[in-house]
Write a protein that binds this ligand. Structure first.
Ligand code: F6R
Length: 270
């Protein structure tokens, strides 16, 4: 695992967007795993900007989102399909037929989960998985005690997750209680993954995920098993990490990050 600390939220999101853009330029057929949530909104805004200003081309790539609520249709404003259309798909030249999210309205949810795994395999697996992290350490909707080898399945959401999402639904009682999510095992099979976490309310869980012991209670700790995982945080989310100096040294010195060290003028300091 590599940890990159950026000065602020914008710079952290910009780094993630630039890594995705670099991989997409290198491989126009990239299979991208995507996440939703507030943290990702900045990343998608920057990717849309790169599409408009630098002709970043999405026409040949395919996407697989991590999760979708059970019982919400694609047209529901709170569905993750709607989120993706709103924040990314509608604004870039992606072929909608190559965008995939689990169908939360499927009659047979188990069959839908198996079909989702098969679709990922048919596309040759996920090249680059983008991730956020919940306050209890979930990636996707892999809530505490998710098996580290779990596959796409239906998962009941914890009270903390329901609470975190309540505002978007206009009340706790309106948040769906279950979601379809890629499993931890599915995520670990991606060739590369990049997790973005920003803000001081993520500092505790970021420290547990990166420097704590691997445990099913915090599914993000499973990323320590991934052969090529980068965690990008801003200064606020990094405050509880113990090896900050080491992480900073890596970004400043390792050749892999040379291209990304120059901060673009669009990124303002906090
Ligand atoms: C959603 C997802 C979740 C979020 C996480 C963080 O597709 O995968 O794991 O990434 O809940 O959400 P925010 O960014 O809203 O704090």
């Amino acid at each position: 695992m590599e940890v990159i600390i950026q000065p602020n939220q914008e710079a952290a999101a910009e780094l993630v967007a630039r890594v995705v853009a670099r991989d997409l330029r290198a491989n126009p057929h990239l299979v991208l795993g995507l996440a939703t949530g507030r943290t990702m909104e900045r990343v998608y805004r920057l990717l849309v900007q790169m599409h408009r200003e630098q002709k970043l081309d999405f026409s040949l790539c395919a996407t697989f989102n991590l999760d979708e609520y059970v019982g919400l249709s694609a047209s529901d404003p709170n569905s993750y399909r709607h989120y993706m259309d709103h924040h990314l798909f509608r604004h870039v030249n992606i072929d909608q037929r190559n965008t995939h999210l689990p169908n939360g309205m499927a009659k047979d949810l188990d069959k839908e989960c198996q079909a989702y795994e098969k679709a990922i395999a048919r596309f040759g697996g996920i090249d680059m998985q983008v991730l956020g992290i919940g306050k209890a350490g979930h990636i996707g909707f892999n809530e505490p005690l998710s098996a580290l080898r779990s596959r796409t399945r239906v998962k009941a959401l914890t009270p903390l997750t329901l609470e975190q999402n309540a505002a978007m639904f206009g009340g706790l009682e309106k948040v769906p209680r279950r979601a379809i999510t890629m499993g931890v095992g599915t995520i670990l099979e991606s060739r590369r993954c990049i997790l973005l976490a920003t803000g001081e309310d993520k500092a505790d869980i970021v420290a547990k995920a990166i420097e704590g012991p691997i445990t099913g209670m915090v599914s993000a700790t499973a990323l320590q098993l991934h052969p090529h995982c980068t965690v990008v945080v801003d200064g606020a989310a990094a405050t509880r990490l113990t090896e900050i100096e080491y992480y900073r040294w890596i970004f400043e010195n390792e050749p892999e990050w040379e291209f990304f060290r120059a901060v673009s003028p669009s990124v303002a300091e906090d």
